[in-house]
Design a protein around this ligand. Structure first.
Ligand code: MTE
Length: 323
């Protein structure tokens, strides 16, 4: 996704050099690779150490959803070690390394705009009232790689209904926390921080849209967007904004971060569409992460395989123009 700029962040820039070097020494001393570091006690660090399987706090009472795909999920190591999260660096293993010390609790979410119940909500108050579901979804990145991820989450519609959007609300926008002292990638102008994303109200209310708070039955690791992130499985992964700190109901369509950075490359809708190429990546085929070096690519499915459920949202819309 990177749009090259003069002062692009480098892994070694993100953490203070001394810390970075001492981590490298640690890794060397432990005789393991760069992605296999064992550092401290937070979820992020435990996640990268987990070559053997899921780690982190187990979430209670998670029910299986009929909306899950029957495909086998990627491993914990794939899902927590190969990430896009520019607040912690632009390399795929930067988030698992540099989000280690990020504290996702306590967490508050500011709700504003066209709704009857604006306010500042505690994470616990937002999530604890809802039954947790496991949703195994395909994730398709615009960079043409894909995974299958067993999220734990709550329907976005249930959360939205709590805030009672009024009849002026046509869109809902989301913002990631803006805290350069805690998210070192925000000290560089890679994007116009904070990261912003948005959906139409119809998309937000669709049963497939969720707020994910966990993964593999455990609390969400930092690198995957702790404590809460959006997941909209029929859209390119960049719509699925991490570490949500603000939700706003608007009349006007919000301009998402990637749309602002490169409007000719990234649109508002960002529906997975094998017929509409990104200027730098053909979208016809995708590379499933973890399938092995010789597995080859597989054809991309319209709406990432969710056409039956979501195509009706876009009836009459020119998907080539509205990419
Ligand atoms: N959210 C924030 N705040 N910052 C980001 O850089 N990257 C997006 C999305 N959400 C991103 C983000 C992109 S490009 C993708 S593909 C997905 O997160 C990746 O999610 P994952 O790392 O959990 O697989």
């Amino acid at each position: 996704m990177l749009i090259r700029q003069k002062d692009d962040v480098r892994s070694s820039d993100i953490t203070a050099e001394a810390v970075y070097l001492s981590r490298r020494d640690l890794i060397k001393a432990a005789g393991i690779g760069v992605t296999g570091a064992v550092i401290s006690g937070s979820i992020g660090s435990r996640a990268i150490a987990a070559e053997n399987g899921p780690v982190g706090k187990i979430m209670a009472s998670v029910t299986k959803s009929p909306l899950s795909t029957a495909e086998s999920p990627n491993t914990w190591t794939d899902i927590t070690g190969y990430n896009n999260y520019y607040e912690f660096g632009t390399g795929k293993d930067d988030p698992s390394r540099f989000a280690v010390d990020f504290a996702p609790q306590p967490w508050r979410v500011k709700v504003s705009g066209e709704c009857n119940k604006p306010g500042n909500y505690n994470y616990e108050d937002l999530v604890s009232l809802h039954a947790l579901e496991e949703r195994i979804y395909r994730l398709r990145c615009v960079e043409a790689w894909s995974m299958v991820i067993p999220w734990v989450g709550i329907p976005l519609a249930s959360l939205v209904n709590r805030f009672e959007p009024n009849s002026n609300a046509r869109y809902v926008s989301f913002k990631t926390l803006h805290a350069p002292s805690r998210m070192p990638g925000q000290r560089r102008r890679i994007l116009d921080w904070p990261y912003v994303e948005g959906l139409t109200m119809a998309e937000a209310m669709h049963p497939l849209s969720i707020i994910a708070v966990g993964l593999y039955g455990r609390e969400l690791p930092n690198q995957n967007g702790a404590p809460m992130r959006l997941v909209v499985p029929w859209k390119y992964g960049f719509k699925s904004i991490k570490a949500i700190a603000e939700i706003s109901f608007t009349r006007k369509r919000p301009r998402s971060s990637w749309e602002q950075a490169a409007p000719s490359e990234y649109g508002f809708y960002a529906n997975v569409n094998p017929q509409v190429d990104h200027p730098r990546w053909s979208q016809a085929r995708e590379r499933p992460i973890g399938a092995g070096l010789f597995a080859g690519k597989k054809p991309t499915l319209m709406f990432n395989g969710y056409a039956e459920q979501v195509a009706s949202l876009y009836t009459g819309l020119d998907l080539r123009k509205n990419y």
